[in-house]
Design a protein around this ligand. Structure first.
Ligand SMILES: [Zn+2]
Length: 223
């Protein structure tokens, strides 16, 4: 009986580690942080007809490649914009179908939020996302396991620029530049609401980061 209890205890102790190790290994297949000496610019919640092209033009001017986490429903609306993002050399990844809190929905809904954008983005652009950034930074081990079960790497939100609060261009720029560091992933937005402040802030952010001696790299590059 004692031995049985010991074996049972040992199994329960080791189980989380076994699951974690198997579960987590997919994360090593892509870069989730920026390369040393660089930051990675990431744009969530697009594509949009109005703001994504303006951001593409700025990135082109500075010859910077970024990573876009797109909402499936928005890709359905603007597949041509998604194609332009890819054609410009940027990475396209999954930011769910409808942008819900993944921790608050049923397993059936969770499955749809993860898998539907993979197909929508592949149909629109020809590439399949390798990463999914969960909306609002909200996840738990169940959500991350469901993402990994589809062969997709879950990624957190990155350094929050708070551009979605539209606090003013100067505030966005100074907050980002004050906190920029080597290896950082910076979160900006090209969708859902008016993003004119993000568009106005972007050249100043890029120039400020260059002045700090940092370069730019991409995360979650499509294979
Ligand atoms: Zn988002």
């Amino acid at each position: 009986m004692k031995l049985f209890r010991f074996i049972l205890a040992a199994i329960f102790c080791l189980l989380p580690f076994t699951v974690y190790a198997a579960d987590d290994s997919i994360d090593n297949t892509v870069h989730k942080v920026a390369a040393k000496g660089t930051v990675a610019l990431t744009f969530d919640d697009g594509p949009t007809a109005e703001y994504t092209p303006q951001i593409l033009a700025i990135l082109k001017k500075y010859n910077i490649k970024a990573t876009f986490f797109m909402v499936g429903d928005s890709v359905k609306l603007y597949p041509q914009v998604a194609r332009e993002v890819l054609a410009a050399g940027h990475a396209i990844n999954n930011h769910t179908l409808t942008h819900p809190l993944l921790t608050k929905i049923s397993d059936a809904q969770l499955y749809k939020e993860i898998t539907a954008p993979q197909k929508i983005i592949a149909n629109a652009t020809g590439v399949t996302p390798v990463c999914l950034r969960y909306p609002f930074g909200a996840s738990n081990s169940h959500v991350r396991a469901a993402i990994r079960a589809q062969g997709i790497v879950p990624v957190p939100m990155g350094f929050n620029s708070f551009d979605y609060d539209r606090p003013g261009v100067d505030k966005i720029v100074s907050w980002v530049l004050k906190n920029a560091y080597s290896g950082q992933v910076i979160l900006l937005h090209d969708g859902f609401f008016s993003r004119e402040q993000t568009v106005a802030a972007l050249p100043l952010i890029i120039e400020g980061i260059k002045k700090k001696g940092l370069g730019f790299s991409q995360i979650c590059v499509n294979n």
